[in-house]
Write a protein that binds this ligand. Structure first.
Ligand SMILES: [Zn+2]
Ligand SMILES: [Zn+2]
Ligand SMILES: [Zn+2]
Ligand SMILES: [Zn+2]
Length: 245
């Protein structure tokens, strides 16, 4: 069994295959939006099995790409919808946040974890001071349509809804694929999800992180527009049992 990497006291960063990363292993990284990740530190007292179990749970419930960074040589990626795979390096981030996505299991904070957390928080604070902008996916996950899609999907249905979308019999929202006529993404083929298809759950309470699927689009019936929901919308979630009364 591989051993956790010894934590370097002074340097909170190390480089893994060309990627500068936080050196306070072991931890989970969750994709939020492009170059923006969420970090959950794991206790070194946990067995490798417990950590793997936690990583799997976190990824399956959040349905966001998740990396288990155990040591510089042991990094597992849990894609949102595919089986886990060993990867040479964790993703590079320019923005990091903690304590926004709840962990699937309660994490005991021992001395070692507190120390690593303090270092992570220093990094997070310095990012906040530096400022900067967070963009969602400016193309909203859209792609150029094929000739056939342009022929079939350009225009609107008699009720004014974009061609290609169907009303979900369960929730009444529209879903499917349509061509965006909004000037910013004119002509891109967009996938639109209804709330029933929202599978981004809080890893702790298993309730949806947001009303709509994250890093995805929904269709607003009122203004007949396609709206994009960036991953950080999931940060507003509060577990029902933890809400202040
Ligand atoms: Zn648009
Ligand atoms: Zn639905
Ligand atoms: Zn939201
Ligand atoms: Zn929750």
């Amino acid at each position: 069994m591989p051993q956790p990497y010894p934590y370097p006291q002074n340097n909170p960063f190390t480089v893994i295959n060309g990627v500068r990363v936080f050196s306070g292993f072991p931890y989970l990284l969750t994709f939020v939006v492009k170059s923006f990740y969420h970090i959950i530190l794991l206790p070194k007292t946990w067995s490798l099995e417990t950590m793997l179990d936690m990583a799997e749970l976190q990824a399956r419930r959040n349905r966001l790409d998740t990396w288990f960074v155990f040591s510089p040589d042991n990094i597992l990626k849990f894609p949102a919808y595919e089986p886990a795979e060993l990867v040479p390096a964790p993703p590079a981030w320019s923005i990091l946040l903690a304590d926004r996505l709840r962990p699937a299991r309660e994490i005991p904070e021992d001395e070692d974890l507190k120390q690593r957390k303090a270092q992570a928080n220093e990094i997070i604070e310095s990012i906040k001071k530096r400022g900067g902008y967070v963009f969602g996916d400016l193309m909203k996950g859209g792609r150029r349509p094929t000739e056939r899609e342009i022929r079939e999907l350009t225009g609107f249905q008699p009720n004014g809804v974009h061609k290609g979308l169907e009303k979900c019999p369960k929730c009444g929202y529209y879903r499917g694929e349509c061509i965006d006529d909004n000037p910013a993404h004119r002509g891109l083929l967009m996938k639109v999800y209804c709330p029933c298809e929202n599978d981004n759950l809080c890893a702790r309470c298993c309730q949806p992180l947001d009303e709509y699927k994250l890093n995805a689009n929904f269709y607003s019936i009122e203004d007949k527009r396609i709206w994009h929901v960036p991953g950080f919308c999931g940060f507003d979630h509060k577990c029902p049992d933890l809400k202040e009364k």
